[in-house]
Each structure stands twice: as C-alpha cells, then as structure tokens.
Design a protein around this ligand. Structure first.
Ligand SMILES: [Zn+2]
Length: 475
C-alpha cells in the first residue's frame, strides 16, 4: 500500500468509526491464517461500553485500544468502556483459541473454523440488536453468519431476536451452497473435516428435507436461514445431531458422517425435524414440549407425505413415540418433565407434545369435516406473524393458532395438558382414525374406522413443493 493510500484509508476509517449512529457498528478483519480477528466497534448513541455475552470471551481478548487516539484500553469489571466523548474501540481476538473452546469443532480441517459469536463479539449492554457488521475477508476465506444480508458485500444487520442458543459463524475454505424454498433463502456452509467432502450430496439432502418440511403448508417462518454442516468421523448414523439456533436470526446446525450413503441421509428424520421447528416462532424455553412436540409430530407426518415412509410406518413411529412418552416420568407434567426428568423427561416432552398436536389436528379435521387442520392453522400463523423477532409464551402461541382456525381447539388442549401429569389420551383418537395397535405394539390400518378418511388425509398430500435446486461454490 502506498503512503497516500494508507493516509486515505486511516481518514476513511476514522470517519467511519467515529460517526455517532443510533446503533452499534462493527468492522471485522479476518487474519489470512484464521488465527485472529481484529474488530473495530463503535457504540450507538445510548450505549455505555461493551461487554462479552459469554464470560469466557475475556480469555480470548488479546488487545484493546480506544479510537481515535489509539490508547490502550483494559477491561474493567469485564467491560470495555471508552473514555467520555469516545465511542469506538479496536480489539483483537485469539480466534484459534476461541474456535478450539468447543470440542465439537476441533476436528475441522485446517482453514475451516466454526466459532460461537459470544466468544468474540463484545456487545453494548442490552445486546447487539440492530447492529450493522461488516467483514473484511482475505482471498479464499468465506464467512457464514445467521444475520440479515445488506446490499454492501459482506455486510449484515444483526436484528432483534430471541436466543435459544449461541449463534455460530463459519470462516474459511468451506463450500457454500444456496437454495430457496418459497420466500426463504438457505445459505449452507459445508465445512471440511474428517471424512469425504461431499457438498453437492449434502446440499441435495438438505434441500430435500426443506421441501419435506414445506409439505405442511408450503412456507417456513424465516426469510434467511444459515445452515452449518460440521463433519464428524465414524458416527453411528448419518446425522448424529442437529439443532435449530435462534440468535440474531434463524440457523440450523448439523453434525454429519459424510462417508454414509446418500440414501442414509434421505432416510434420516433429523433434518425434517429441525426444519419443522421453523414452522413456529421461538417459544419460551420453559415450554420446550411445544416446539419439540410439533417437530416430533410433523417429522413423521411430513416424511410420509414426501414418500419417505408409507402410511403404516409413519403411524407406527408415532405410536412407538407415544408409548415411550406415556411410560416416562408418569408423575410429571409436560411443563415439568424436561427440567427434572432426565432422558425419560425428554421422551415425555417430545412425545407428550406430539400427542397434543395430534389431538389438535384430529379435532380440527373432524369438526371441519376435513376442511381445516394443523396445516391451515400454521399457514395462518405464518401469514400473520412470522418471522417474529420475539420469544412467544406457550399460551400466546396457542391463542394465535386458535385465531387462525375455525374452532378454538388449541387453547383448551393447552389448558388441559400443560400442567397435568396424565399423558394426553392418544389411544381413542388413533382408534377412531383406524390405527389399530396390537398387543405387541404392531400397527395395522383399518379403513372401516369412522375417521379413516381423516387419517389418510393427515399422511397424504400437503403442499407439494418441488425440491429446490442447490448451487454450490468452493472457497
Ligand atoms: Zn427439536
């Protein structure tokens, strides 16, 4: 760089960094070897210093200086506070150490990193909502984030959002794949790690799972979804773990054994389950059975609609789940099962919640003579209220679903079941549908049952969206 250009850059940066905006700004320079980040951060007008959301972030902070006079700044009581009249600072982060803190990311190939945002982003008190953030990337280095893209390249807005877990960014020479489903854009980072690098196959699997989730009513309740695919070695299954993260946007993270056959990925329920979560807004963590119940019910219904399961198999999987849930922590309510119930509590949470949504779906279909169901209520919810920047209470969500349905079935089911220890009565509903459960747990279907047509309609059809075509590019 020649001196004149350097002077111009300093002046431009000084002008950028110290303009007083209502919201905070970040400029993140990524070292070519991914060893460090240099972050220039400016406070918004109402902010009084930066603090990390995770206490561990203090351990990754290497240097901090106040701008524009470039004086050293030390954290005091865990905060970085510029002197009066100064709103900007520059700090460096040991990215290698921050990325190694979570052992799930330690096996990534050199040149690939996944890093939780709270380990490096110092935010004003009250969070970084509505901040603007820009990345300066060396050649060959890509970044994947969960935020809203702005027109300027490598620039995003961090919007207000609930927080279910910590957002993660991916950096490096990963492969980016993108596709769209209705008005939702999926931005997939396929990281390199143990096992073969098969981004095209993994993108096909994800696009298929998204099309499966869209068989509820054609749309998902987010505009942008970051997907991070982390390879693991020698797992017991194709997709040992998946997780939706709401933190500054919607994201889904999958840990995969990419050596497995494509057919093993397509048969796996994890991705349809995770993408089904996006049919709902984020519901309070104290009522996990709501989100997990909906996803557990729909993962089977939607995989049947997509042809991955035949109808009897989908019902058999639901029956098996209800059985597991019914026999788990029988003294605990849906609200209480997860915090104190261990693995059995998880079974009751997931399958007790699934039973509530089955009962709602069946009652809506029965009372409307098949004209309405859970799909239509969710479609109405998406049209009125999604994406949503806030955390919903369970009663709020059930009332909103009732507002979209011809009959109020959700709130009465919530009132009956959320604090009751008794497992929702799924057997009579399945009997009327013609799902016959043998003494050995086997399932046969009876087309002479009174609600057999409703049973077939639940598993058949839905919104038939074609599988989106993904395009991939290497970094
Ligand atoms: Zn889930």
């Amino acid at each position: 760089m020649n001196p004149a250009a350097g002077t111009a850059l300093v002046l431009a940066l000084a002008a950028w960094c110290c303009a007083v905006r209502a919201t905070p700004d970040y400029r993140v320079e990524v070292a070519p070897d991914l060893a460090s980040l240099r972050v220039t951060a400016c406070l918004g007008t109402d902010d009084a210093g930066f603090a990390p959301r995770a206490a561990a972030a203090l351990g990754y902070l290497r240097t901090a200086r106040a701008l524009p006079d470039d004086t050293p700044l030390a954290p005091r009581d865990g905060r970085l506070v510029p002197a009066t009249g100064q709103r900007c600072l520059r700090y460096t982060i040991d990215l290698a150490a921050a990325a190694a803190a979570d052992r799930r990311y330690r096996a990534l190939a050199p040149g690939n990193r996944a890093v939780p945002v709270p380990t490096w982003l110092w935010t004003p008190a009250g969070g970084a909502a509505d901040a603007e953030i820009h990345f300066e990337l060396p050649p060959g280095v890509r970044v994947s984030v969960p935020w809203i893209p702005l027109e300027e390249p490598a620039t995003w807005r961090i919007p207000p959002s609930p927080r279910s877990d910590d957002a993660v960014i991916a950096l490096g020479a990963f492969t980016r794949c993108t596709f769209s489903q209705a008005d939702t854009r999926f931005d997939v980072a396929v990281l390199r790690g143990p096992g073969p690098h098969r981004p095209a196959m993994l993108a096909r699997w994800l696009a298929t799972a998204v099309a499966t989730a869209a068989r509820a009513h054609g749309r998902l309740g987010a505009r942008h979804v970051q997907v991070v695919v982390v390879p693991v070695a020698d797992a017991d299954e194709a997709v040992p773990f998946g997780q939706v993260i709401r933190d500054g946007g919607s994201a889904v993270q999958f840990f995969v054994d990419a050596a497995r056959a494509e057919s093993a990925f397509l048969a796996d329920w994890t991705a349809p389950h995770e993408f089904s979560h996006l049919l709902l807004p984020y519901v309070e963590a104290d009522a996990k059975w709501v989100a997990e119940g909906l996803a557990s019910y729909y993962q089977n219904v939607l995989m049947a609609r997509a042809g991955s399961y035949d109808e009897a198999r989908a019902w058999a999987k639901l029956v098996a789940g209800f059985g597991r849930g019914e026999h788990s922590v029988p003294a605990l309510s849906l609200d209480d099962a997860l915090p104190v119930g261990g693995w059995d509590g998880i079974m009751k949470t997931y399958w007790g919640g699934a039973a509530v949504f089955l009962l709602a779906d069946v009652e809506l279909r029965r009372r409307s003579a098949g004209a309405a169901g859970l799909d239509q209520a969710l479609a109405g919810l998406a049209a009125c209220c999604l994406p949503s920047p806030r955390t919903w209470t369970a009663p709020d969500l059930f009332a909103a679903l009732d507002a979209q349905a011809p009959f109020a079935v959700f709130t009465p089911l919530y009132a009956r079941h959320h604090a009751a220890a008794a497992f929702p009565a799924w057997r009579p509903a399945l009997r009327a549908l013609g799902v016959v459960v043998g003494d050995d747990g086997s399932v046969t279907l009876d087309d002479g049952a009174p609600d057999a047509a409703l049973r077939r309609a639940i598993m058949d059809g839905g919104s038939r969206s074609p599988v989106p075509l993904a395009t991939c590019a290497d970094g």
